[in-house]
Design a protein around this ligand. Structure first.
Ligand code: ADP
Length: 447
C-alpha cells in the first residue's frame, strides 16, 4: 500500500481524498496556490507545498510544480480529484514515468474517452447503444446538413473535446444549422484548442442517467448503480439522486450488465462513469468520465462504499476482492451542489464567510472545505459545499434534505441554497417526473 499520497486539487474534493487517506493510514500532501494558503485542505494535510500563484494554469494545472512537490515530499502516488488535471492523459503518463502511481485509469483510456468521437466509436464496437448521429467528426457544413436531414431536426452540434457543457449548440431547424455549426466550432476552438465537432439527434425529453463503475487491474469490474443527474442548468448538474426515480431495479441490473461487459472488453481500470440519455425506455451513451465525479457521494450512501478508498486500493495493485453480488443498494440519496452565486442570477459572489454552520443529524453529510472566517477566492469554481442526505426512501430523503437546507447557515456570501429549497418544494421535482430540460424552465419561472 502507498505510504504518502499527493492530492493535486483543492477545496472539498482535496479534503474528501485526504479523509480516505487518513482512514487508511496513508500520509497526505496538499498542494496549494498562494491564494489558498489558509484553505482547509492545507490546514488538515500532513504536509503542504505551495505550487504557484492564484491562476489555476500557474498552480493547480502546473505539472512541473506538482511533480516537484511530489518529489520533495516523497509521495508515492498522486490523486487528481476531479477537474484540473484529472482527465489530462499526459499528466497521468508523466506521473507514471516518474515512478509515481496515478490514481486513475491508464493514459490510453483517458485519451480515448477525452475524445468523445473515439469514445462513441469504442462503445459502439462494445455493443453499447448510442444517441443517433454522425459516424464521426463532421468536416464541412454540407456534411452536417446531410446528417441532420438523415436523423431529423432538432440536432445538436457537439465538440469532440467538449466538457462542462461547452461547445454544444442546438439547431432546431435547417435554417439554424449554419449558425450552430459556426458557434459550436468557435467555442470549441477557444475552450479546448480543437474545433472538431460531431452531431447527435437533440432529444426532447431525456433524463441524464449515469452508471458508476470500478475496475481492478486483473479484469474484475463491478457497477455501483446509477445516478440521475437530470437537474441541470446550461448542461451543468445542480442536484443528483441515487437511484433514479425513473428506473426499476431490473432496468438498473440490465444497464449495469451492459456497462460492466463493455468495460471488461476495454480492459479499463479504476473508477469511471458512463453517461447516458434515457428516453422512451431506451438508453443512449453520450460520454464516459475517467475520474471520480462531483456527485459520487450519492452512490457511496446507497451502496455503503468508500469509492476513494477503492480507487486507492486498485491503484496500489490490490484486487477488487468482491463481485457484483456483494454490491447492495439501500435507500435513496440526494446531493445538492451549493455554489457561492446569486440564486436568481447565478452571478458568482465570492467573499468572506462570517458564519458557517453545517446541518447534521441522521443521514446528513456535508462535503465542504468552508469555515467561518474563510474568504472564498474569486479564482476557482464557485462550488463551496455539497450537501448529501440518505434515507430509507425518496420521500424521506426529500423531507430530510428540506430540513437540512433549513439548518444550513452560510453567512457572508450569497449561495444557491434558497434555489435548492425551492426545487425540493416543487411538485414536479417531488413527483420524480422531470427531464434534463425542466430545471432551465423552472429557474426562468416558466415551469
Ligand atoms: P459535457 O462533457 O460538456 O458535460 P455531455 O455530452 O456530457 O457534455 O452532455 C452534457 C449534457 O448536455 C447532458 O447531460 C444533457 O443534458 C445534454 N445533452 C447532451 N447530448 C444531448 C442530446 N443528444 N440531446 C439532448 N441533450 C443532450
Amino acid at each position: 500500500m502507498f505510504k504518502k499520497i499527493l492530492i493535486a486539487n483543492r477545496g472539498e474534493i482535496a479534503l474528501r481524498v485526504q479523509r480516505a487517506c487518513r482512514e487508511m493510514g496513508i500520509a497526505s500532501v496538499a498542494v496549494h496556490s498562494t491564494a489558498d494558503a489558509d484553505a482547509m485542505h492545507v490546514r488538515l494535510a500532513d504536509e503542504s507545498v505551495c505550487i504557484g500563484p492564484p491562476a489555476a494554469r500557474d498552480s493547480y494545472l502546473n505539472i512541473p510544480a506538482i511533480l516537484s512537490a511530489a518529489a520533495i515530499t516523497g509521495a508515492d502516488a498522486i490523486h487528481p480529484g476531479y477537474g484540473f488535471l484529472s482527465e489530462n492523459a499526459s499528466f497521468a503518463e508523466i506521473v507514471e514515468a516518474h515512478g509515481i502511481a496515478f490514481i486513475g485509469p491508464t493514459a490510453q483510456h483517458i485519451t480515448m474517452m477525452g475524445d468523445k468521437i473515439a469514445a462513441k466509436d469504442a462503445m459502439r464496437r462494445l455493443g453499447v447503444p448510442l444517441v443517433p448521429g454522425s459516424d464521426g467528426a463532421l468536416a464541412t457544413l454540407a456534411e452536417a446538413a446531410e446528417v441532420a436531414e438523415r436523423i431529423g431536426y432538432p440536432v445538436l452540434i457537439k465538440a469532440a473535446a467538449g466538457g462542462g457543457g461547452r461547445g454544444m449548440k442546438v439547431a432546431q431547424t435547417a435554417g439554424e444549422l449554419a449558425e450552430a455549426w459556426q458557434v459550436a466550432r468557435t467555442e470549441s476552438k477557444a475552450a479546448f484548442g480543437n474545433d472538431a465537432v460531431y452531431m447527435e439527434k437533440y432529444l426532447d425529453k431525456p433524463r441524464h442517467i449515469e452508471m458508476q463503475i470500478m475496475a481492478d487491474s486483473y479484469g474484475a469490474v463491478v457497477h455501483f448503480g446509477e445516478r440521475d443527474c437530470s437537474l441541470q442548468r446550461r448542461h451543468q448538474k445542480l442536484l443528483e439522486e441515487a437511484g433514479s426515480p425513473a428506473l426499476t431495479a431490473a432496468q438498473r441490473d440490465a444497464l449495469g450488465e451492459t456497462v460492466t461487459t463493455a468495460l471488461k472488453g476495454l480492459g479499463y481500470r479504476n473508477a469511471g462513469t458512463l453517461e447516458f440519455l434515457y428516453q422512451d425506455n431506451q438508453f443512449a451513451f453520450i460520454e464516459m468520465n475517467t475520474r471520480l465525479q462531483v456527485e459520487h457521494p450519492v452512490t457511496e450512501m446507497v451502496c455503503n462504499v468508500d469509492l476513494v478508498r477503492e480507487q486507492i486500493r486498485i491503484a496500489a495493485g490490490e484486487p477488487l476482492g468482491y463481485d457484483q453480488s456483494a454490491v447492495k443498494f439501500s435507500g435513496h440519496a440526494i446531493e445538492v451542489r451549493v455554489t457561492a452565486e446569486d440564486p436568481d442570477t447565478f452571478i458568482p459572489n465570492p467573499g468572506l464567510i462570517t458564519t458557517f454552520h453545517p446541518p447534521g443529524g441522521l443521514g446528513v453529510r456535508v462535503d465542504s472545505a468552508l469555515y467561518g472566517g474563510y474568504r472564498v477566492p474569486p479564482y476557482y469554481d464557485s462550488m463551496i459545499a455539497k450537501l448529501i442526505v440518505h434515507a430509507p426512501d425518496r420521500a424521506q430523503a426529500i423531507a430530510r434534505m428540506r430540513r437540512a437546507i433549513d439548518e444550513f447557515a452560510v453567512i457572508g456570501v450569497k449561495t444557491t441554497l434558497p434555489l435548492h429549497r425551492r426545487i425540493l418544494d416543487d411538485p414536479t421535482f417531488q413527483s420524480g417526473e422531470y427531464t434534463i430540460h425542466w430545471l432551465e424552465k423552472f429557474v426562468a419561472g416558466e415551469a
